[in-house]
Write a protein that binds this ligand. Sequence first.
Ligand SMILES: Nc1ncnc2c1ncn2[C@@H]1O[C@H](COP(=O)(O)OP(=O)(O)OP(=O)(O)O)[C@@H](O)[C@H]1O
Ligand SMILES: [Mg+2]
Length: 389
Amino acid sequence: MFLNKLKLNNFRNYESCEVAFPGNKILLVGKNAQGKTNLLEAMHYLATLSSFRAGNDSELIKWGEEYCLIEADVSKYGVDIELKILINPPKQKVLKINGLKKSSFSAFLGNLLIVNFSVSDLLLLRGSPSDRRRWLDDAISQVYPAYKERLNKYNRVKTQRNNLLKDFKGNINLSSNQEKLLQVLDEQLSVAGSNIVHLRSKYLKEIQQKAYEKHKNISLSDEELKIIYQSATTGDFRAAEDAIPKPEELLERFQEMFKQKQIEEIARGQTVIGPHRDDVGFMINGKNAVSFASQGQQRTVVLALKLSEIDLIEEIVRESPVLLLDDVLAELDDQRQEFLLKSIKETTQTIITTTSISAFSDEYLRDKKIYKIDSGSVIGGLINEKAYL
Ligand SMILES: Nc1ncnc2c1ncn2[C@@H]1O[C@H](COP(=O)(O)OP(=O)(O)OP(=O)(O)O)[C@@H](O)[C@H]1O
Ligand SMILES: [Mg+2]
């Protein structure tokens, strides 16, 4: 799979920009705050319909403007596809493939697949549960496009349910009408929630098998990586050992928990259980890597996860994703950097950002296409002379 061209209007600090990505290995060079990550964010948005850093879509629009456009020419299975996204809040975003409007996210997703590996990913284990949920949700949406819709449905019903719980004003003696309303929302939330937990467990089981081996290879040791989906609602799922829980089993558990938590939820005026509270845990030789592993060990876990994401996409979709490496190489030590670069296939389109080209050897640069990014523009064509940068 290739991203052949990207065109932006009013996206972050880009007023208007069109850039072609010929070849498999692209390097984006620029000083801090010039727009390197913004370019990758646009690519990530095309692949997941969400940003890895914006809280909402309006943040993506250039300050002072009302809309933004993200367009791309991609090729998948050798077929050229034009993708277009118009973000114009408060209207719904418009999604088009080859000029035809798509009414659902799932009809749009899956045409560009990417694996994004940035400096902030290296902090995945140290980050918050919401960072880990975002990683997981983005990764799953690409390989199972229907997942994104389920997640949106879940979030919509949760908001309605929170509003209803707030309306009760802490009074646990519900009228029969209130009880009926709550029951309807409980049922809808349980169905959406159990589907989400089912797919998260399925994905983590697949990642576990791949990441376990990679982790051993990178760490050059017998360290055993085990991933756990941690849920106060449905219980922990140990991806290495447990069978993937069926949606029907999870549904029962949701319903039980809603009963158990009803008084607390009314008192707090919010939904306190469900996948929006869940987390992913990582164990190395049976110990929690978040609290015990060194920074280097944590980086090894993230590197193993990212390389596994690539393999999993290749296995499910039978196409290599586009790999985005945002400033990450400079943060890895020589051994991990070498492992990463060796693991990337020649045919995998890889887009790398860096602030300093001097970190790369002439030999490495020889077959790369290099662009300079400066104040929201991609400077004139390809620049392959170090001196010019
Ligand atoms: N909505 C927006 N409108 C206009 N400018 C924006 C918007 N959002 C972010 N920016 C600006 O975009 C600039 C470039 O951001 P970006 O994160 O892409 O930089 P970068 O080249 O990746 O830098 P670094 O090397 O520090 O990671 C920042 O100065 C930021 O203030
Ligand atoms: Mg950046």
